[in-house]
Design a binder for this molecule. Structure first.
Ligand SMILES: *Cc1c(COP(=O)(O)O)cnc(C)c1O
Length: 228
């Protein structure tokens, strides 16, 4: 089978599985998005996934994104999901829809500053290091509320979701902790904080994540094959 047929088959299978998981675990009014994670993947392969109906893309690297973005089908929405250095926000602020990987106050400040300068309000998610892993970015769960209070003062960013990459191995416990945080934060009704998306679940665990409240799953390997 050629590469593009392989991706097409994967895309249709994943859409079907997500649909079934939604029917099984969630209410029909819940929204649920599938993101294609594009790191190392050719624009042609990415466009195949878009043609199959996976119209949300996730970018990890600024330079890779800026070199590929002109080749993507225009129907796609592109979010940023990788660790982002403050000095690189300027390269993505206009084209990226949602920056899902806000993991520090200085980064949020820079997004807010540039958004004000560009006359926009930027949608962002806060990344939570739910497994408290030293190798991962994200705010620690016990710091989330304080971080959100800080972000709520920044009028040119709109916090509309939480994102997490739980530790390998036992994701179920961490997905359920993330879901609790998500529900808690919504209930607190913090001014200017409007979280409605819980972004978690990757190739090996997206069905489990949906079971535990995810409404945005980010899929790379299961869609495009192992990264080169
Ligand atoms: C690479 C990546 C994914 C997708 O991982 P797979 O296991 O290949 O599906 C999801 N989220 C983030 C933030 C990533 O960097």
């Amino acid at each position: 089978m050629n590469e593009l047929d392989y991706i097409k088959e994967n895309a249709l299978r994943i859409i079907d599985e997500v649909c079934n998981a939604k029917a099984k675990y969630r209410s029909s009014s819940d929204k649920l998005d599938i993101m294609a994670v594009t790191k190392t993947v050719s624009p042609e392969a990415v466009n195949t996934a878009i043609s199959c109906g996976i119209t949300l893309l996730g970018e990890n690297r600024v330079q890779e994104y800026t070199s590929k973005k002109g080749s993507y089908l225009p129907t796609a929405r592109v979010d940023f999901i990788g660790h982002l250095q403050s000095n690189k926000v300027k390269y993505i602020i206009d084209d990226i829809s949602i920056i899902q990987s806000v993991d520090s106050i200085p980064l949020a400040k820079e997004i807010n500053r540039l958004s004000l300068a560009h006359g926009i309000v930027k949608d962002v998610f806060v990344e939570v290091n739910i497994g408290r892993e030293e190798t991962k970015s994200g705010v620690l769960p016990e710091m989330l509320e304080e971080t959100l209070f800080n972000l709520s003062e920044m009028r040119n960013i709109n916090v509309c979701g939480l994102m997490s990459i739980p530790p390998k191995g036992s994701p179920e416990k961490f997905f359920s902790q993330m879901n609790e945080l998500f529900i808690d934060i919504k209930a607190k009704n913090i001014d200017n904080i409007n979280v409605s998306v819980l972004s978690m679940g990757m190739s090996s665990d997206y069905i489990t994540a949906i079971k535990h409240g995810s409404n945005l799953v980010r899929i790379g390997t299961a869609l495009f094959g192992a990264r080169k």
